[in-house]
Design a protein around this ligand. Sequence first.
Ligand code: UDX
Length: 451
Amino acid sequence: MHVAMIGTGYVGLVSGACFSEFGFDVDCVDKDSAKIEALRGGRMPIFEPGLEALVASNVGAGRLRFTTELAPAVGRADVVMIAVGTPSRRGDGHADLRYIYAAAEEIADALTGYTVIATKSTVPVGTGRELERLIAARRPDAAFDIVSNPEFLREGSAITDFMHPDRVVVGVESEPARATLNELYRPLFLRETPIIFTGLETAELVKYAANTFLATKITFINEIADICERIGADVHDVAKGIGLDGRIGSKFLHPGPGFGGSCFPKDARAFVRIAEESGAPSRIVEAVLAVNEARKARMAEKIVAACGGSVAGKTIAILGITFKPNTDDVRESPGLEIAPALAAAGADIRIYDPEGMAEGRAVLDGVTWSESAYGAMDGADAVVILTEWNEFRALDLERVKTLLKSPLIVDLRNIYNPADMAARGFYYVSVGRAATRPDGGVATVQGGGAR
Ligand code: UDX
């Protein structure tokens, strides 16, 4: 079976490499010749654990190729997967489908023999149907079926997520297409992965419903965290107390500075538009977006409050700028709003991130980039943990104390224990738990004010 993967972004590259690992013959196609050159040289355009080795072994085995030539790859393919970007259209939150439609036209021109065309990109409900019309109009002679095959990969664990998914969702409406997708996912089916066959629109909606539900869960626990701070409760105990209820589940109940990344914010915005246009607006997801946006600004206020009400003239070390660990991606990362807000309030900002400095530099001005966590903290008035990278979980706290001017840690990812931090001599402020002071006192003021 031949697969042509159109687009070598996160989804395309990881999925292409994983399908080749299953033993299929995969051509990964991208218009960006520099990217294709780099991939041919074994250099990955993104940081994703395990990806480089997976690509190298499958290229070595002759099953995985990179090319800028779409037509030969599509001509050979039994399955063409569209995995190009669907960014938010400026201003209105709609997904921008120009790359999808451009790819569809090129694919249409190159079709030979019966071909299944599957969208992996997250696309608004109705896009599959539109692709069907568009390709049939351009190539009335072509034999093809459109399939919706959304992905649920998380950055940082994308390969494991692909190889061990909770489920595979396939929107398909013809027998030959269903048989082709069955063949493609047989290696997972053999591992008893549930494969759910639905109609086209349903599969498209499943993707948005999954992402917006998860974003809602995070936002819900963030609101619970705010309440905990005001009434002296512990958000982790609340999360455990509700999460053990099988109907709720314990995952995605970790409070923090608000969700970011390339998917949740963009997909939630697009979903709000989809719901509105369907005539059944989603007040819940509208609120989730508004609460999450406001949260990022309030996190800066929380840091200012922890610093005694002003950061003017103070140096603040920020650990982590990526939206989550194990990625170099800073898209919609809370840090991109928190760092400038602190700088605007008069602070000198020093940032260190294990993988995200290059991406961070490209979008953040007016801050200093440090070569190490300890370098960032040297002489700083406070340290703020924004991303839960493993290397921040086990800092040499004695060294941290000697480096900082005052022993203040604002941990927006809750990776340390408050009582332990107080015992070690820190004023420790986290999310949804009482702040603790070195003298053992509990500081109730968490700052940030009411929304
Ligand atoms: C997400 C979905 O999980 C994935 O299924 C989909 O295909 C793409 O979008 P990703 O954006 O890589 O994946 O990251 P994820 O691990 O889901 O985290 C998203 C954001 O939520 C991050 O900013 C993270 O810090 C935040 N988050 C996550 C929390 O604040 N608390 C949690 O409990 C979980």
